[in-house]
Unconditional design. Structure first.
Length: 226
C-alpha cells in the first residue's frame, strides 16, 4: 500500500514509537494505512476540509444558507454528544436530508471529525475545529518544496518570531477593542469585558444564528430554535 510505504519509514524514524494521534483527510486508503501502521493512534479528519465541501454538496439547495447555519450549529456549538445528536436530527428532519448519502456517511463516521467526540485526545495544540490551515499559510511565506533542511532551521526561527508577533498584536487588540454584539443579549456584553476577541466572535456567530434560525435573545436569556 502506498501510504504504508510512507508511514512505516516514519515509524522507524520515531524509533518504533507510534504517534498518539493522527490528523488527515478523508482518504479511505490513508485511513486503512493508519489503522494498520498506527493501530492505537486516535485518527481525526480535517474538519476544515469537510466544511469546505458544503457549497459543492449542498449549495444547490434553495435554503442553503439556513442549512449551513444549522450544520455549523450542530458541529461547532454542541457541547455534548447528546446535544450533537439532537441538533443533527433536527437539521436532517427540518431539511429532509434523511436520504442524503454524503451527510449519512459523515454521520456514521462522526467520531472522526465532530469536535465533541475528539475532546478526550491530546492534539498537540492543533485546534479541533480546523486542520492547521492558518499555521500552514504562515509557513508558506517562508518555506517551499525546494527548501533544504539547512535552510529550514533559520526559516523556522523566523516563523516562530512571526507567530509571537501575531500573538502580541492579538493581545494588544483584545485589550484595546472589542467585537460588537449583534443583539442586546447580556451574555454578549459580559463576553466583551472578560474574553478574547475570538470568543467574542463565537458569541456573535451564535447571535447571528439566533436571528436567522428563528431564535430569540432577550435580556440575559438566549435560545435557539431550529
Amino acid at each position: 500500500m502506498l501510504f504504508c510505504g510512507c508511514f512505516n519509514p516514519a515509524l522507524m524514524c520515531m524509533k518504533g514509537r507510534p504517534p498518539d494521534s493522527v490528523i488527515s483527510g478523508q482518504d479511505k486508503a490513508m485511513q486503512e494505512a493508519i489503522q494498520k501502521v498506527f493501530p492505537n493512534a486516535r485518527h481525526r479528519w480535517c474538519l476544515w476540509k469537510i466544511m469546505r465541501k458544503l457549497p459543492e454538496k449542498l449549495g444547490g439547495h434553495g435554503e442553503y444558507e439556513y442549512i449551513k447555519l444549522a450544520l455549523e450549529n450542530a458541529v461547532y456549538d454542541s457541547f455534548t454528544s447528546d446535544e450533537f445528536e439532537e441538533n443533527w436530527s433536527k437539521m436532517m428532519e427540518k431539511f429532509g436530508f434523511q436520504n442524503n448519502e454524503w451527510l449519512s456517511v459523515l454521520y456514521n463516521e462522526r467520531r472522526y471529525w465532530v469536535p465533541v467526540y475528539l475532546e478526550d485526545t491530546f492534539w498537540a495544540g492543533m485546534p479541533i475545529g480546523c486542520c492547521g490551515e492558518s499555521l500552514r499559510s504562515i509557513f508558506d511565506d517562508y518555506v517551499g518544496f525546494e527548501t533544504t533542511a539547512m535552510q529550514f532551521l533559520p526559516q523556522y526561527e523566523n516563523v516562530t518570531r512571526r507567530m509571537v508577533e501575531l500573538e502580541n498584536r492579538e493581545d494588544f487588540s483584545c485589550l484595546n477593542s472589542y467585537v460588537p454584539c449583534l443583539t442586546h443579549c447580556d451574555m454578549g456584553r459580559q463576553l466583551q469585558e472578560a474574553y478574547t476577541q475570538n470568543v467574542q466572535r463565537m458569541s456573535s456567530r451564535v447571535d447571528a444564528k439566533n436571528l436567522l434560525l428563528s431564535g430569540t435573545c432577550q435580556g440575559n436569556r438566549c435560545s435557539l430554535q431550529l
